[in-house]
Design a protein around this ligand. Structure first.
Ligand SMILES: [Zn+2]
Length: 398
């Protein structure tokens, strides 16, 4: 299919928002039929009814972005040893932490397998699935941990603790008491900790499975966007009530769905955090000189040369037949290493980072291959710290 690249922009017309308002630009890169593109347009329109206030412009790779741009495409994924993969959706670039819209996405991607799109269209779930995945690009599930809004990760009862969503959940419960919102704890990467718990919320749009058309976008989901930092219009939500568990159990719908929307299917995207255009690199005194090797890298001033390390790591994953590609693993490895460098400002040599990149690539790749939750940033940082302590005592050939 050869469709020209075109961009559709949905603009919020809410009476609540002052001009300028929130907008979602969807750039179609190809591989989508007209009706599929129309589902993306309707989904963008749906979200601009609940998110209303404009975000500050962001600079991504020299391009100034109003609010958010989403790249959308259909590609043949199956038949490349990736039968279980439906696609990938999530933010790719987040606004700087120092921005007034800290960490809110500037750019995202939604890539679907062409055959899956056709199947969903036939089954009537296309609009709901696209809307759901666009919700992830906007930050639902994908930014919860980064925003510090999750509690009790790793237990069977993780919860979302944003004030707005807790208040709406209390209303749904009928108690009126703000209550931590149950989050999905089962399923692999892409499902656990990224959705409302399916056994509690069942057919709500952002719970972890989509069984048919017409999933409501609740006030609780809208309020959770407010908790992320968006200006929202709660009254633009759909009517939604908690399902009665007995009725659901009797209807047999609490049996785990064989094909929940993200089951082994939607690969997570690991975004990079942008720097403010006005961001000034911190000046660290006393690091102008070079070491005796002449190879000291001032991290944060200069990206470490980790490409070779990632290549070697991917090679080892390929040798182990783990089916992990450079493209699938690189963004997370870069993100983990950059997050360490930006936060801790530790200085290490090129060689150190090259070797760390190889080790982290293998760890990240194994998680992806096993469909397990992504590596915890803190875990990786500790590991880098520990490695650094021993580094100079190792005898490591170049
Ligand atoms: Zn999802």
């Amino acid at each position: 299919m050869t469709t020209p690249i075109r961009t559709y922009r949905a603009v919020s017309t809410s009476r609540l928002a002052e001009s300028p308002t929130f907008s979602i630009a969807v750039t179609f890169l190809g591989g989508l039929t007209e009706s599929q593109q129309s589902a993306f347009e309707h989904a963008a329109y749906r979200w601009t009814r609940v998110i209303v206030g404009a975000l500050p412009a962001a600079d991504v790779d020299g391009q100034s972005i109003d609010n958010i741009v989403i790249l959308a495409q259909g590609v043949p994924i199956h038949g490349h040893g990736l039968e279980g993969i439906m696609g990938q959706a999530g933010p790719t670039h987040l606004r700087a932490e120092s921005s007034s819209a800290a960490l809110l996405p500037a750019k995202g991607v939604m890539t679907f397998d062409a055959a899956d799109l056709a199947m969903m269209e036939e089954g009537g779930t296309l609009f709901d699935v696209i809307t759901h995945e666009m919700g992830h690009v906007l930050g639902i599930g994908t930014l919860w941990a980064d925003k510090g809004l999750l509690r009790d990760l790793g237990t069977s009862n993780p919860t979302f603790v944003g004030a707005g969503a807790m208040q709406e959940y209390g209303k749904l419960l009928g108690t009126g008491q703000p209550t931590p919102v149950p989050v999905e704890s089962t399923g692999g990467t892409g499902t656990a900790y990224r959705h409302w718990r399916r056994t509690v919320f069942h057919y709500e749009l952002m719970s972890s499975s989509i069984a048919g058309p017409g999933h409501p976008l609740s006030r609780m989901t809208v309020a959770s966007l407010g908790d992320l930092g968006y200006q929202v219009d709660l009254d633009a939500a759909d009517a939604y009530e908690l399902p009665d568990p007995l009725t659901l159990a009797q209807a047999g719908v609490l049996v785990p769905h064989t094909a929940p929307i993200d089951a082994g299917a939607m690969l997570p995207v690991l975004p990079v955090v942008l720097r403010q255009p006005t961001y000034v690199e911190p000046q660290v005194p006393g690091i102008e000189g070079t070491t005796e090797e002449g190879r000291m890298v001032i991290s944060g001033f200069q990206p470490p040369p980790i490409t070779g390390g990632i290549k070697r790591g991917v090679k080892r994953l390929e040798d182990a037949q783990l089916h992990v590609t450079h493209e699938s693993v690189r963004p997370e490895v870069v993100r983990l290493i950059n997050s360490y460098i930006e936060t801790r400002e530790r200085r290490h040599t090129d060689h150190f980072w090259d070797v760390m990149a190889e080790i982290i690539t293998i760890a990240v790749g194994a998680r992806i291959a096993d469909k397990e939750p992504p590596l915890n940033k803190e875990e990786v940082w500790d590991y880098i710290d520990v490695t650094a302590v021993f580094w100079n005592t190792w005898n490591h050939p170049r």
